[in-house]
Design a protein around this ligand. Structure first.
Ligand code: ADP
Length: 157
């Protein structure tokens, strides 16, 4: 099974990395797809987000990285994927994720959305929280890998 794990990853956190490691064990090939959506005004460029992900996931063999814009379902189809992976944290993730999954099902019924529940220690963790804490000078070393923390601090300084 080829699976796509899409997201903004602005920047990738330990929560994302956990989902990547766990889904790479289930999929034959996992494509981590960075959404290149200018409307979201990301802190990092798509290339920077890709570079950070690649560097962090060096040890995983069956993984590929790509940037995409437009419809996720088109990206999945063009890459031969039959599943989309999404991580679920709190109840608050559910409604949006459910809506996306149902919409994607209408667009292509052959592609399944698979939800992986967060590991308890990352249930509170999001890229926005990391950026907010870092902006106010708090320590984010338990939330993101050192290499990503270094880039984040350079960026917001
Ligand atoms: P998006 O803009 O698509 O929500 P994100 O980069 O914020 O992009 O998240 C990508 C995916 O990773 C989403 O399915 C999100 O729910 C999941 N995710 C984010 N943080 C965590 C976490 N701490 N634990 C589990 N899943 C997470």
């Amino acid at each position: 099974m080829i699976a796509v794990y899409p997201g903004s990853f602005d920047p990738a956190t330990y929560g994302h990395i956990d989902i990547i490691e766990r889904s790479a064990k289930i999929a034959d090939k996992l494509i981590v797809a960075v959404l290149n959506n200018s409307a979201k005004q990301p802190l990092f460029s798509a290339q920077e987000r890709l570079d950070m992900l690649k560097e962090t996931c060096k040890g995983i063999d069956n993984i590929e990285f790509a940037a995409f814009s437009g419809l996720l379902i088109d990206f999945a189809k063009n890459n031969g994927a039959s599943a989309v992976i999404r991580g679920l944290r709190a109840v608050s993730d559910f409604e949006y994720e459910f809506q996306m999954a149902l919409t994607n099902k209408i667009l292509d019924e052959k592609i399944e959305t698979l939800f992986i529940s967060t590991s308890a220690q990352y249930a509170y963790l999001s890229s926005s929280i990391v950026k907010e804490v870092a902006r106010f000078g708090g320590s984010v070393s338990s939330m993101i890998p050192d290499a990503i923390e270094k880039r984040l601090l350079q960026k917001i300084r």
